[in-house]
Design a protein around this ligand. Structure first.
Ligand code: SAM
Length: 243
């Protein structure tokens, strides 16, 4: 298992940066008015910092090892708590809420989702990025050359990680948990291809990076590639009030 420092170094690599570039492409708010954005489980605050260029952003991150290594080029507010903070936030507070690669590590997923849905404004956006089982299986079997880990994933053997137990949950479970308040507007794939080759040398070349990004963006909306993408990005809209 890698350390948090390894993870921090990884996000600076081309294959780390591409993950975030995909998010910025899928959630382009550059033409919008100044939005209120919450990033729950913000990690190194890379996404929070990016949107803080144009918007008011609150980054929520309880792990000191993570937030002490955060990116801080733009102004945003860091809250060093988790669910306890969410519970203090009034209903309908944010135009956009992010929860990216967090719910795999929590044991109170439903409760967190309920709170996240509550704090989104009517017609606002909840963006959840999550592991996709079949993409993870491809990653273990191909990039990591570890077919046993791939089999373990398919056999639902419990996994350990740097953030404790990790569990892959289905898109359907997420959609069902949010069905009272939220309507799914889009599902994208992320990392259908860029995490499959271990030839890292080529990845720092422009000739690899630009067409790979273009390919990923194209594949991210195609069902055939979504099924084997490492991540799924589900974008929900909160139902409006029908008064
Ligand atoms: C894989 S990192 C993702 C970080 C960031 N969202 C990103 O996309 O770069 C998972 C993050 O979830 C945070 N996390 C885990 N359990 C949490 C909880 N119960 N409440 C808030 N954050 C949590 C971890 O501390 C970690 O920073």
């Amino acid at each position: 298992m890698g350390t948090i420092l390894d993870y921090r170094k990884m996000v600076e690599q081309p294959w780390g940066r591409m993950f975030y570039e995909m998010i910025y492409n899928q959630l382009d708010f550059s033409g919008d008015k100044r939005l209120r954005i919450l990033d729950f489980g913000a990690g190194f605050c890379i996404t929070a910092d990016h949107y803080a260029k144009d918007h008011e952003v609150i980054a929520v991150e309880p792990n000191e090892e993570m937030y002490s290594l955060r990116v801080k080029e733009n102004e945003y507010t860091l809250i060093t708590q988790g669910l306890d903070y969410l519970k203090t936030v009034p209903d309908d507070s944010f135009d956009v809420v992010f929860c990216h690669n967090v719910l795999e590590y929590v044991d109170n997923r439903e409760e967190i989702l309920k709170q996240l849905a509550r704090v989104v404004k009517p017609e606002g956006v909840l963006s959840v990025i999550k592991h996709n089982l079949y993409g993870r299986v491809m990653g273990s079997a191909v990039l990591a050359d570890d077919p046993q880990a791939a089999l373990d994933l398919l056999n639902e053997v419990p996994e350990d990680s740097m953030f404790g137990n990790r569990s892959v949950y289905s898109d359907e479970l997420l959609i069902e948990a949010l069905s009272q308040d939220m309507t799914l507007s889009e599902t994208y794939g992320i990392r259908a291809f860029f995490g499959l080759s271990s030839n890292n040398e080529i990845k720092s070349k422009k000739e690899w990076y630009q067409p790979m990004l273009e390919l990923e963006i194209k594949a991210s909306t195609m069902d055939e590639f979504k099924r084997v993408a490492f991540f799924h990005h589900l974008v929900f809209r909160k139902n409006g009030s029908f008064l």
